[in-house]
Design a protein around this ligand. Structure first.
Ligand SMILES: NC(=O)c1ccc[n+]([C@@H]2O[C@H](COP(=O)([O-])OP(=O)(O)OC[C@H]3O[C@@H](n4cnc5c(N)ncnc54)[C@H](OP(=O)(O)O)[C@@H]3O)[C@@H](O)[C@H]2O)c1
Length: 244
């Protein structure tokens, strides 16, 4: 029971890689609060499931109150909510832009701001960004910018929280086999093509698993005790400038 006694908040923990982190934590004895827009998919998980829209500052403030009541203080805040849409630059609307930044960027920032006071000394924050920040990928420009901002936030927060011995790090996934592949609003066959494209262009010639991301998140959270402000890529080499 490696995480017995640990208390953790996972935003975007109902499915995908956030859920993989939740499952590992629960198996190893942690107490977990997880969020999603809807929590039906979390039924049966032995966690506190709270419906909370990451783009809504009132929801984030309410989440802080709930977490304080249920857990009191926390060891890990995993800020994982995010999505992309594969929208080309020339057809991106202001609404597309705002939605992408509201969920991926503003939500991440204010979730950290609201919940950081609950993190115990020695605890940590982990954000999820993306290999898209290191690539020029068609349809992913706004998403890449939104996640690049989160990567920059992590450095600033690492500086501001270091006096409390709270570490702040980033996991940067490449193509990971989650139900959505992180892409919303496109047909299933497009998600499938996206996944196959990932397998072709990734140096390790495959996509990653949710468990491979979860292992990196938990390493940053609990084992990497002299690491802060850092980014750990889980991308099969895709964002690392490796020639095929
Ligand atoms: N899969 C990949 O290949 C990949 C690659 C690079 C980066 N990423 C990033 O990794 C993270 C997780 O991706 P994933 O593939 O695991 O995605 P996923 O399966 O779609 O899971 C996303 C999680 O976030 C929640 N969520 C989405 N929008 C939300 C909102 N507005 N408010 C609250 N919760 C919300 C979802 O729950 P509900 O549906 O209930 O709201 C779910 O729990 C994201 O930040 C994504 O951008 C993914």
């Amino acid at each position: 029971m490696k995480y017995l006694g640990k208390k953790v908040v996972v935003t975007g923990g109902t499915h995908g890689m956030g859920r993989a982190v939740v499952d590992r934590l629960i198996e190893e004895g942690a107490e977990v609060v997880l969020t999603g827009r809807t929590i039906e998919k979390a039924e049966g998980i032995k966690a506190h499931a709270i419906a909370s829209n990451a783009a809504d500052l009132d929801d984030i403030a309410a989440l802080k109150t709930e977490v304080a009541q249920r857990l009191h203080d926390i060891d890990l805040l995993f800020i994982n909510v995010g999505f992309s849409t594969l929208t080309p630059f020339d057809t991106t609307t202001e609404a597309d832009y705002d939605r992408t930044f509201d969920v991926n960027t503003k939500g991440a920032f204010f979730t950290a701001q609201q919940l950081a006071p609950l993190i115990r000394e020695g605890g940590s924050i982990v954000f999820t960004t993306s290999v898209a920040t290191a690539l020029g990928s068609p349809g992913l420009s706004v998403y890449a910018g939104a996640k690049a901002a989160v990567r920059a936030f992590a450095r600033g927060l690492a500086a501001e929280l270091a006096p409390r011995n709270v570490r702040v790090n980033v996991v940067s996934p490449g193509f990971i086999d989650t139900p959505s592949m992180g892409v919303y609003g496109v047909p299933e066959e497009v998600v499938q093509q996206f996944k196959e494209q990932g397998d072709r262009i990734t140096p390790l010639k495959r996509h990653g698993s949710m468990d491979e991301v979860a292992a990196a998140v938990l390493f940053l959270a609990f084992d990497a005790t002299f690491t802060t402000g850092a980014e750990l890529a889980v991308d099969g080499g895709l964002g690392q400038g490796i020639s095929a």
